[in-house]
Write a protein that binds this ligand. Structure first.
Ligand SMILES: NC(=O)c1ccc[n+]([C@@H]2O[C@H](COP(=O)([O-])OP(=O)(O)OC[C@H]3O[C@@H](n4cnc5c(N)ncnc54)[C@H](O)[C@@H]3O)[C@@H](O)[C@H]2O)c1
Length: 321
């Protein structure tokens, strides 16, 4: 990676990834793009420290023009509609999630770029083995987002086999972070719970106790993107859709981890049936061994370390002592 264009860069992942890429690769070599411009206060932890361009990823011609203009060699394609939002507007989700990826792959083919594409644990479904979910297994997702993600994984493999496009990707679990709020996913509760614990000391959880899902602290997710993109391609047997996870947790586990820091923290449940049914269709704990073997993936933050980081940073953010 030398000249990197990031789509959907103002979202939960992009805002932190761009900051790290600019540190590692030079501010001017990372082109931040999104469908709307950053507001200095909320969106842009990168503080406008490098080039920003408006880009709607459904506009393939504009994407090609930007890749050409900035001499881009790597496209990190993050723009998407996430699981809960996609379920509310499936047609928009299909057009954005599939149309945007198709444009990224076509532009990459035309300009010889490497591509990063994030899939998700949503690419699995109710028929998938729930525990130690293998890298290669049954994938029959029941959500529009999950269907998009499986199709996306396959498209990336297809562009590599047919055109030699160096497309790589992971299946992210739910990502826990304190800089930019999440954008409408089923695992958002695992971020909101920390915000509410610090701000108000109480949280009403929309996901039922005993619902286990894979999660990861954002710093591990960002490191994983860079490590995979920089990995020796000859060692990759899979290339796309690597399972990666740092922990499998349910709401009660997060509650008790928070209570070691905030003993008075209280949590109640008001289960949201739509979110719960999506969560129930996903695995409890996926097996990340292929990522470990093929490119050395290893998560550094477990639940306790993640909780410490979240509480410390959110206390600073909200000036809570
Ligand atoms: N955050 C997670 O927990 C998680 C987990 C698994 C996979 N992923 C995947 O990672 C990627 C990024 O996720 P995120 O959490 O940062 O999402 P997000 O919702 O926080 O951000 C998405 C960004 O895309 C932008 N966007 C929307 N429509 C656009 C368009 N037409 N053109 C250009 N930009 C547009 C939005 O403005 C937003 O800044 C997605 O593909 C998502 O499916 C995320």
């Amino acid at each position: 990676m030398k000249r990197i264009l990031v789509t959907g860069a103002l979202g939960q992942i992009g805002s932190e990834l761009v900051a790290r890429l600019r540190q590692d690769y030079g501010a001017d070599n990372v082109i931040e793009t999104d469908i709307h411009a950053p507001t200095q206060t909320s969106d842009s932890p990168t503080g406008g420290s490098g080039p920003f361009e408006l880009l709607d990823v459904t506009d393939g011609q504009r994407m090609a023009e930007l890749v050409d203009k900035h001499q881009v060699d790597t496209i990190i394609h993050l723009a998407a509609l996430l699981s809960v939002t996609a379920e509310k507007n499936p047609l928009l989700a299909w057009n954005l999630n599939m149309g945007g990826l198709m444009n990224a792959l076509e532009v990459a083919r035309q300009f010889g770029c490497q591509v990063f594409y994030p899939s998700s644990i949503a690419a699995f479904g109710p028929l998938t083995p729930r525990f130690q979910t293998p890298q290669d297994t049954i994938q029959r997702p029941t959500t529009m987002y999950g269907i998009n993600k499986v199709a996306g994984e396959l498209l990336c493999d297809y562009y590599f086999r047919k055109y030699g496009v160096d497309a790589r990707g992971v299946r992210f679990p739910g990502l826990i972070s304190h800089k930019t709020p999440p954008g409408g996913g089923t695992t958002d509760y695992a971020v909101e719970i920390y915000y509410e614990a610090v701000r108000t000391g109480r949280y009403v959880c929309p996901i039922a106790k005993g619902t286990y899902m894979d999660m990861m602290y954002m710093e591990d997710a960002i490191t994983a993107v860079i490590d995979l993109m920089e990995a020796d391609g000859s060692r990759l047997k899979h290339r796309n859709a690597f399972n990666i996870s740092a922990m499998s947790v349910d709401p009660e586990m997060i509650r008790s981890a928070i209570q070691t820091w905030i003993p008075t923290f209280e949590m109640a449940y008001e289960v949201d049936s739509e979110k719960q049914s999506i969560a129930d269709s996903w695995p409890d704990a996926i097996d990340s061994s292929a990522a470990h073997e093929e490119w050395g993936f290893r998560a550094r933050y477990n639940l306790d370390a993640t909780t410490r980081e979240m509480i410390v940073h959110l206390r600073k953010k909200f000036a809570v002592i």
